[in-house]
Design a protein around this ligand. Structure first.
Ligand SMILES: [Zn+2]
Length: 257
């Protein structure tokens, strides 16, 4: 029986991933999500229902448009598959619980941030505000009124911390060191985790971003590396493994005391 749930979460993830492609590509441009209907970016051919099946259509069409045979970006199936995997892992880790809602929300946030930040180097406020509201409501349901308020104060604290890091960065490098969205994302981190784990998120995001940025700087000579995907990935990793990271942290603290 259990397998049905896993398959369902995987299929749901594929569909949501397909939706996040559209949202991540269109919302930053202030375009409607529903109109015009999905079409080939090269020839404008409107996609039929059988060309819109997540992952399957891409594989059957061998990654090409049916009309003009242009190669389609691997980005689309990647987003669909990644969302499907994240949704399945969320269910595996948390079962049917309040945490599952937060895990699905954080996974969705990660995916839309990846699409929009990599494509346009920006993250619309809506992408951050909606998860904030969902997670805040779940916190109140899960932890009661005081607990919910406490989580909001954690969010504020993490936000402030990141803001101070940005000010310091601006002073040190004498230029904008971080985007406003990156700071707002730390509000999500604090709201879903706590201030201590938020610091772990910043650390983790930087550690992952460093080799990737290095590679991109050499390969593409790009000057701007979006940090949003790394922060949201950091939040995801810490949310899924927080107990272990906390343990490691406490052991390190014991060593120094
Ligand atoms: Zn085409």
């Amino acid at each position: 029986m259990e397998v049905i749930y896993y398959v369902s979460f995987f299929l749901f993830g594929l569909c949501f991933g397909s939706f996040y492609n559209v949202v991540g590509m269109r919302v930053p441009l202030e375009e409607s999500i529903s109109k015009p209907r999905s079409h080939c970016p090269y020839c404008g051919h409107t996609l039929k229902w059988y060309e819109l099946i997540p992952l399957v259509s891409f594989i059957i069409q061998k990654g090409k448009c049916r009309s003009c045979k242009q190669k389609l970006s691997y980005f689309y199936p990647f987003t669909e598959l990644a969302t499907a995997i994240l949704f399945t892992v969320s269910y595996y880790s948390f079962g049917f619980s309040y945490e599952l809602i937060i895990a699905l929300t954080l996974s969705s946030l990660f995916m839309v941030v990846v699409v929009s930040d990599l494509t346009y180097l920006m993250i619309p406020d809506r992408f951050i505000v909606i998860p904030l509201i969902i997670i805040a409501i779940v916190n109140f349901l899960m932890k009661g009124f005081i607990g919910g308020l406490l989580q909001i104060s954690y969010g504020l604290l993490s936000f402030t911390l990141m803001y101070l890091i940005m000010l310091l960065g601006n002073k040190l490098f004498k230029k904008e060191s971080m985007g406003g969205a990156d700071i707002k994302l730390m509000f999500v981190a604090g709201l879903a985790l706590d201030p201590l784990l938020s610091i772990v998120v910043i650390f983790l995001a930087s550690v992952i971003a460093l080799p990737v940025s290095f590679f991109l700087l050499i390969k593409n000579k790009e000057h701007v590396i979006p940090f949003g995907p790394f922060i949201t990935l950091g939040i995801l990793i810490v949310f899924f493994t927080k107990l272990n990271i906390r343990e490691i942290f406490e052991r390190v603290l014991v060593l120094f005391s």
